[in-house]
Design a protein around this ligand. Structure first.
Ligand SMILES: Cc1cc2nc3c(=O)[nH]c(=O)nc-3n(C[C@H](O)[C@H](O)[C@H](O)COP(=O)(O)OP(=O)(O)OC[C@H]3O[C@@H](n4cnc5c(N)ncnc54)[C@H](O)[C@@H]3O)c2cc1C
Length: 271
């Protein structure tokens, strides 16, 4: 495995080429890829649950040609050498075992990241870039609403795993069907976890309707926090409902479009 080195900006970005140790299906539609090697230790200052950039090399490549920062802008390597860049979530980091875990939704061959995960084999390389910053993934609150589709399962799982035992609230998770439900370890027994099914991700989602069915506690008496991440249309509706109809303020809400139906990440203008 060859490492192309670190890209340094403010805050420092750790960028390393890691190799696949193993992969397995958590469910039929979600693949966990475990990356490993000594270079995983360079990610000791990142925050689990935060997003990264992955660099997918062209098939057969043994090194990754990273963009370089020159004269105030990023310059990508020429055509065939250019890696495909996508955004994923750091699902878990085990520094003792020198392992980094990422989870990929399987949505066929049309997406380079999905296709890469489906075909990944031990020894294959992947570039990973992350901010070297320890930060709170979510604020302390009395009540939580977590709402997302399968692409948000990694971050929702990290949040649920780290909530304290007395945390209260609701998690709404949309997956294609019952086979995609998974066990999530949480001490927070007062978090109600609801699985919704949508066999056609990106269309016909019920996530925004389910969010409307949740009754939020009063903001005067509760510190509330809402994390929503899913396909762009659902997020637009959820954000509009919470901000405009319920007057939830920005400090209580993190809402992110994780992908856009019909558009690849490099073509979509995801907020
Ligand atoms: C902060 C952040 C964190 C994310 N974390 C994760 C994560 O941990 N795991 C994860 O799987 N995804 C995650 N995503 C979403 C992921 O980046 C997108 O799904 C991405 O488009 C996948 O890239 P691709 O190369 O497979 O497909 P693209 O080349 O981007 O898209 C090709 C086609 O596939 C469609 N498509 C893209 N994603 C999906 C999908 N999930 N289901 C059905 N169709 C799809 C597109 O609309 C397009 O038509 C995250 C996104 C963000 C912004």
């Amino acid at each position: 495995m060859e490492t192309t080195g670190q890209i340094k900006t403010k805050p420092a970005i750790i960028c390393e080429t890691l190799a696949v140790l193993r992969k397995y299906h958590i469910t039929p539609g979600l693949i966990r890829v475990v990356l490993g090697g000594d270079d995983v230790l360079k990610f000791s200052d990142v925050t689990t649950g935060v997003n990264n950039k992955i660099y997918i090399p062209p098939a057969g490549a043994t090194t990754i040609q990273y963009p370089v920062f020159d004269n105030g802008k990023w310059i990508s390597p020429p055509g065939a050498e250019k890696p495909v860049v996508r955004t994923y979530t750091l699902r878990a980091l085990d520094l003792e075992k020198k392992e980094m875990h990422l989870e990929f939704v399987v949505h066929g061959d049309t997406g380079p990241a999905s296709a890469w995960a489906m075909r990944a084999e031990p020894g294959d390389i992947l570039g990973v870039a992350m901010k070297a910053r320890k930060e709170a993934l979510f604020p302390d609150a009395d009540w939580y609403l977590l709402a997302g589709d399968q692409t948000a399962l990694p971050v929702i799982s990290v949040i649920l795993e780290s909530l304290p035992a007395n945390a209260k609230g609701v998690a709404l998770i949309e997956v294609p069907g019952p086979a995609e439900e998974q066990q999530i370890n949480t001490r927070a027994h007062n978090m109600i976890i609801s699985w919704l099914y949508n066999p056609h991700p990106g269309t016909g989602t019920l996530l925004q309707d389910m969010v409307r069915n949740v009754s939020l506690p009063d903001k005067e008496t509760h510190r509330r926090f809402i994390y929503a991440a899913a396909e762009a249309t659902a997020i637009r509706e959820i954000r509009h409902y919470l901000r405009k109809e319920l007057q939830v303020d920005n400090t209580e809400l993190d809402a992110y479009a994780y992908w856009k139906y019909g558009a690849s990440e490099d073509a979509s203008s995801i907020e």
